[in-house]
Design a protein. Structure first.
Length: 155
């Protein structure tokens, strides 16, 4: 292969890899957005339960409760997952490998579809029973699991 054709082939491969990496970053960003919506609904639900017992709480106090109060401890695994995704997106600057994104999807699937009886699983199942909004947000996240690698679902 002449040098000019070889350089063109290398460039074409690099462009395809870059486009694929950008698609993977978009896919992870989509997951993050849907997880944030789910987290917000779960937090609102738990806040309502807390306020029924202890009275109304404001924004800064709610943050402290989320970080330190036992009633909100079950949400921390989801909070940590979202934070880890944020860090990966920031670090990657828009380009992520398929394996990295697939790992995040696997961790999310394991957390949300677990049949376990840990604190998150138990409270999450209860929230799904109580709230149609939580069910819809859950479905929006799960729909992404069925999307082929590198392809975004349009939901």
């Amino acid at each position: 292969m002449p040098p000019i054709e070889r350089e063109a082939a290398v460039l074409d491969t690099a462009v395809r890899r870059s486009y694929g990496a950008r698609e993977m970053a978009e896919r992870l960003h989509d997951l993050r957005t849907r997880l944030l919506q789910l987290h917000r609904l779960l937090l609102d639900d738990e806040r309502g339960a807390y306020e029924a017992t202890y009275g109304r709480v404001g924004g800064p106090e709610l943050l402290q409760l989320l970080l330190r109060h036992e009633q909100f401890a079950w949400l921390r695994s989801l909070s940590a997952m979202i934070s880890t995704i944020d860090a990966a997106l920031d670090e990657a600057e828009g380009a992520l490998a398929d394996a990295d994104v697939d790992a995040f999807f696997g961790q999310t699937r394991a957390l949300l579809r677990s049949g376990g009886d840990g604190p998150f699983e138990t409270k999450y199942r209860q929230a799904l029973q109580r709230s149609a909004d939580v069910v819809m947000a859950h479905a929006a996240v799960v729909k992404l699991f069925g999307a082929p690698s590198g392809r975004r679902s349009r939901a």
